[in-house]
Design a protein around this ligand. Structure first.
Ligand SMILES: C[S@@+](CC[C@H](N)C(=O)[O-])C[C@H]1O[C@@H](n2cnc3c(N)ncnc32)[C@H](O)[C@@H]1O
Length: 173
């Protein structure tokens, strides 16, 4: 959507370099990039990137795709998402995708091992753990589903084993 306003946040310097080189906006739809850690909620919400780009008195979408499995329980991912949602207007949405070992155990074990070999520990979560991020929100159909089953746009040959990810969307009351 050309008039969408978007703030991207990531804590990787390489992503920052690419964003500086590639990210552009236009007068109707502004785009900003924030070099921040997802766990630094106050930094994110207090940033000029968020405050100057988004109107948080209106509903927005908080999209957290393929990031939360990098945030272990010891870093309170549920509290992080709750504090971000607390800043949003009713009618806002939370959209998540998240690695799991509920299906496709071969692929998920390989993925975990590949990351671990590079010093990154993934915390995969099951369906119940993913649903907890949506406590107090209305889950949008079809709920917590394998990503390839979440409203596929066409007949897909992908199997759960190739995806190893859940997807879910919820609406803030
Ligand atoms: C698999 S990529 C997903 C990128 C993007 N969300 C997407 O769906 O295309 C995971 C991203 O999460 C970022 N990331 C991991 N932990 C993070 C954290 N604590 N705070 C901010 N970004 C983080 C990584 O730098 C990486 O760019």
């Amino acid at each position: 959507m050309p008039d969408a306003r978007i703030v991207y946040a990531d804590n990787d310097p390489l992503v920052l370099a690419h964003a500086r080189a590639l990210l552009t906006g236009n007068p109707a739809g502004r785009t900003a990039y924030l070099d921040a850690d997802l766990r630094d909620v106050d930094t994110i919400l207090g940033s000029s990137e968020v405050r100057d780009t988004l109107d948080l008195t209106q509903p927005v979408a908080l999209s957290v795709f393929a990031i939360l499995h990098f945030v272990p329980d010891s870093d309170d991912p549920y509290g992080v998402i709750r504090r971000l949602l607390d800043a949003l207007a009713p009618g806002s949405y939370l959209a998540l995708s998240h690695g799991t070992a509920d299906f496709g155990s071969t692929g998920s074990a390989e993925g975990v091992a590949n990351y671990r070999a590079r010093g990154i520990n993934l915390q995969l979560r099951d369906a119940a753990e993913l649903a907890r991020f949506f406590d107090g929100l209305d889950l949008v159909e079809p709920g917590v589903q394998a990503l390839n089953r979440w409203r596929p746009e066409s007949d897909s040959a992908l199997t759960d084993d190739q995806i190893n990810m859940y997807g879910a969307v919820g609406r803030l009351r």
